[in-house]
Design a protein around this ligand. Structure first.
Ligand code: SF4
Length: 216
């Protein structure tokens, strides 16, 4: 986590970023402060026992990427590979996500990638509403720190956590919804595409649109 964040700050410093101006009040805030705040959340979630998922996790997975990203990708929860490595989206679904991001001409490191739940549900089951509700405040803090314009929600479970209603992702993918000071962009979870490969182009187009929206 720390090394990932250090890597991002180095890249951004090389690009000439010195200070960040938040949307809230143009308050001067630098990347180092954002990194410190994210590290603090990471420290807290490693000890968190708010829901029963702590019992079977190897480690909580906060997320990784650019602490100043304009776009966040948000899935539902870590899987086995993520639980072992402590990084989000590093298994088969994560590799597909990375490949599709790169196919748009962008780099995974430009964005921030995380999940609704920070701990792996046993057997990779869908997190329960209680587990998502318990963990959501950590994600909200991450969003408040990073201040992305667009939140790209990967799959129906992530969309449900934000919209607090049933979501049919096949019908609603591609929609843009205002949420607080951010835009939600709904699309498929890459794990769904691994089972329905004919939809890969749809996910690619959605990722491209979410990136365009974030940079527009
Ligand atoms: S999933 Fe979230 S709320 Fe539950 S134990 Fe892990 S960090 Fe805490």
């Amino acid at each position: 986590m720390k090394n990932q964040l250090k890597k991002h700050i180095k890249i951004l410093q090389e690009l000439g970023y010195e200070y960040i101006y938040t949307e809230r009040g143009m308050k001067k805030n630098n990347l180092q402060e954002k990194i410190k705040k994210l590290e603090e959340i990471n420290r807290i979630i490693q000890e968190c026992k708010k829901c029963d998922l702590y019992k079977s996790r190897l480690q909580a997975v906060l997320g990784e990427g650019n602490p100043d990203a304009k776009l966040m990708f948000i899935g539902e929860a870590p899987g086995g590979d993520e639980d072992k490595q402590g990084r989000p989206f590093v298994g088969r679904a994560g590799k597909l996500l990375t490949r599709l991001i790169e196919a748009t001409g962008h780099k995974r490191d430009e964005f921030y990638i995380t999940n609704i739940c920070k701990c792996r549900p046993p057997g990779n089951r869908t997190p329960t509403p209680w587990e998502m509700e318990s963990c959501f405040p950590y994600l909200r803090e991450q969003i408040d720190i990073i201040q992305p314009k667009v939140l790209c929600l990967l799959g129906a479970t992530a969309a449900r956590a934000f919209l607090v209603r049933h979501v049919s992702i096949t019908k609603e993918r591609g929609s843009v919804v205002n949420w607080e000071n951010h835009l939600l962009y709904l699309t498929y979870h890459p794990a769904y595409i691994l089972r329905n490969q004919n939809e890969e182009i749809t996910l690619f187009e959605d990722i491209k649109k979410a990136i365009e929206l974030a940079y527009s």
